[in-house]
Design a protein around this ligand. Structure first.
Ligand code: HEC
Ligand code: HEC
Length: 442
C-alpha cells in the first residue's frame, strides 16, 4: 500500500518579502518497491509552481546540524524524527558553487545514484564526526580531516588508532565535489568508495564494516535516518554514500583572489573604458555598475601587491604552476612525479601501484591549492613544512629521478618572485561553511 504524507512548510529558499508563500510537499512512498517520489508545490502570491530545493553550497545551514540545545549534547530520537518529518529535508538539492569555485561548475560531480538531500548531508555529518565508527571509539574522520585544521591534519602522516602512523600525509576532504578519483594514488574511483576505507583500515580507524553496521543498527537515531533516507536497512555502502554527500557540501568560499580576479580581468579587457569612470558611467552604465561592484568586493578582500605579482607568475611560463594546478580547484586531477620522496632506496611509487605503468612511478595526484596556507605540512609524504619550502622545491626543479615529470624544470626565480608566489597562495584562502562537530545520535 502506498502511503501519502502531506506536510506544510515554508522553506527558507522560498520565502520572499511582501509575498505570501506557502510550500506544500507531497511525498508518496511505496514500501514494496522501495520507491519514493517527492513533489514540492509552491504557491507564491496565489500562483503555483513546482520547485526543487536549490542551494549554494557553503551557505546557509546545510552542515550546521539538526538544531538543538547545545553543540556538545547528543541528538535525541525525538529531534531526529522531527527533522526527518520535514519533507523539504528529503528534496533532491540542485546545487551551485560559491563565487570562484563556480568557474569549475562543469566538473561538478554528483553520482546519479547518490543525489544530495539535506537529510543525507546531515546523516553524513554525524558519521563523519562519530568516533564510535572506529575500533576503540577513539578516532573519527575528523581526527585527520578536521575543520579546525582546514580539513587536513597538521601532522606529517595520518595518526590513527592507538597513535599508529601511516606513510602518507592527510589530504584535504573539501571541494571533493570537483574531484572523482580519491587518494594520492587515485585508488578509489569515487568518494563513496573512499569513505568506507578508513573505518576498516587497521592503522586508521581500526574497526570493521560489520561493527560499523552493528553500531548504526543498534542506535535508533541512526537506524531511522537510514530507513527514511535510503528506504532500506543500514549497510556499509549506504554509510559511504551519506559521508560522501556531507563531504560534497564542504566547499571553500570566495578568497581574496576570487574577489580580485574579476577586477583584474575587466581592467585587462577594457583598459581605456575603465580609465575614465565618469564617462563610463554615462556611456556604459552596465559595465560601470559591474566594475563598481567587483571593485567593492576586491577592496573589502584585498590582495597585496606581492600576491598580485605572484598571481601573474603562477599563471605564466616562468613558473608554470598552472600547468598542473589548473581550473577552479587548482588541480588537473592527474598524477605527476615531482621527485618528492624519491631519494630513498624503496620509494612510495604512488600512482604506479594502481596502473603498473612505468611512467607513473612516483607520481601523485595534484592537490588543490585552495586554503593551502591552512593545511601544512605539504606533499604526499608531508615532507615539506612551509609554502616557502615548497616553492624552493620547484625552483630547484624537484628531485632528479628517471620518472620526473617533463613539466618540472629548474626555475629562474628571484627571492622576490618566491615570496610573491607564497603570497599568492595565501590569497587563495576562503571561508568554510558552518559545520556542527558535535550533536551525534544517542
Ligand atoms: C588516521 C588518519 C585518517 C583518518 C581517521 C581518515 N583519513 Fe582520510 N585520509 C588520510 C590519509 C593519510 C589519506 C591519504 C591516503 C592515501 O592517499 O593513500 C586520506 C585520504 C582521504 C581522502 C582523499 C582526498 C584526496 O584528495 O584524494 C578523503 C576524501 C578522505 N581521506 C576522507 C576521509 C573520511 C570520510 C574518513 C572517515 C570515514 C577518513 N578520511 C578518515 C588520513 C585519514
Ligand atoms: C607537473 C605538475 C605540477 C606543476 C607544474 C606544479 N605542481 Fe604543485 N603539485 C603537483 C603535484 C603532483 C603535487 C603533489 C606531489 C607529491 O606529493 O608527490 C603538488 C604539490 C604542491 C603543493 C603542496 C600541496 C599539498 O597539499 O601538499 C603546493 C603548495 C604546490 N604544489 C604549489 C605549486 C606551485 C607554487 C607551483 C609552481 C611553482 C607548482 N605547484 C607547480 C603538481 C604540480
Amino acid at each position: 500500500m502506498p502511503t501519502v504524507a502531506i506536510g506544510l512548510q515554508s522553506p527558507r529558499s522560498f520565502v520572499r518579502r511582501n509575498h505570501f508563500t506557502l510550500g506544500i510537499s507531497v511525498e508518496i512512498k511505496h514500501f514494496l518497491l522501495g520507491l519514493t517520489v517527492s513533489v514540492s508545490v509552491l504557491c507564491v502570491g496565489g500562483s503555483a509552481l513546482f520547485a526543487a530545493d536549490s542551494v549554494q553550497l557553503g551557505q546557509g545551514n546545510l552542515t550546521a546540524g539538526i538544531p538543538g540545545a547545545s553543540t556538545t549534547s547528543k541528538l535525541t530520537v525525538a529531534e531526529i524524527k522531527k527533522f526527518l518529518d520535514v519533507p523539504a529535508n528529503h528534496l533532491e538539492l540542485t546545487v551551485t558553487l560559491p563565487e570562484g569555485l563556480a568557474a569549475g561548475s562543469d566538473a561538478l560531480f554528483i553520482p546519479t545514484d547518490n543525489p544530495l538531500t539535506r537529510a543525507k548531508i546531515e546523516l553524513g555529518r554525524q558519521l563523519y564526526f562519530d568516533k564510535r565508527l572506529s575500533g576503540d571509539n577513539s578516532i573519527s574522520c575528523a581526527d585527520c580531516h578536521s575543520p579546525a585544521t582546514g580539513y587536513g591534519a597538521n601532522t606529517q602522516f595520518g595518526v590513527g588508532i592507538k597513535g599508529q602512523k601511516g606513510n602518507r600525509n592527510s589530504p584535504v576532504s573539501f571541494n571533493r565535489i570537483l574531484s572523482k578519483a580519491q587518494f594520492w594514488d587515485g585508488r578509489a574511483a569515487t568518494l563513496e568508495d573512499q569513505a568506507i576505507g578508513p573505518m576498516a583500515n587497521s592503522i586508521e580507524m581500526g574497526g570493521s564494516h560489520d561493527a560499523v553496521v552493528k553500531l548504526i543498527t543498534a542506535s535508533e537515531g541512526y537506524r531511522i535516518q537510514f530507513e527514511r533516507i535510503f528506504a532500506g536497512e543500514p549497510n556499509i555502502g549506504l554509510a559511504g554514500k551519506a559521508i560522501a554527500a556531507f563531504e560534497r557540501a564542504i566547499v571553500t568560499g570566495p578568497s581574496p583572489y576570487d574577489y580580485n580576479e574579476p577586477v583584474r580581468r575587466m581592467l585587462e579587457s577594457f583598459p581605456d573604458e575603465l580609465d575614465d569612470l565618469d564617462s563610463l558611467e554615462k556611456e556604459d552604465p552596465n559595465l560601470f555598475a559591474k566594475f563598481s561592484k567587483a571593485k567593492k568586493g576586491a577592496e573589502a578582500n584585498p590582495m597585496n601587491e606581492s600576491a598580485k605579482r605572484g598571481r601573474d607568475l603562477f599563471f605564466n611560463q616562468k613558473s608554470n604552476c598552472s600547468a598542473c594546478h589548473v581550473g577552479a580547484n587548482f588541480s588537473d586531477e592527474l598524477y605527476h612525479n615531482l621527485g618528492v620522496g624519491m631519494a630513498v632506496a624503496e620509494p612510495d611509487l604512488g600512482r604506479y601501484t594502481q596502473t603498473k605503468v612505468d611512467k607513473d612511478k612516483g607520481a601523485f595526484k595534484t592537490p588543490t591549492l585552495r586554503n593551502i596556507a591552512q593545511t601544512g605540512p605539504y606533499m604526499h609524504d608531508g615532507s615539506q613544512n612551509t609554502l616557502e619550502e615548497v616553492v624552493e622545491w620547484y625552483a630547484k626543479g624537484g628531485h632528479p629521478n628517471p620518472h620526473l615529470s617533463d613539466k618540472i624544470k629548474k626555475l629562474d626565480l628571484t627571492a622576490q618572485d618566491k615570496t610573491d608566489l607564497v603570497e599568492f597562495m595565501k590569497a587563495l584562502t576562503g571561508p568554510f561553511p558552518l559545520v556542527e562537530t558535535g550533536r551525534l545520535p544517542e
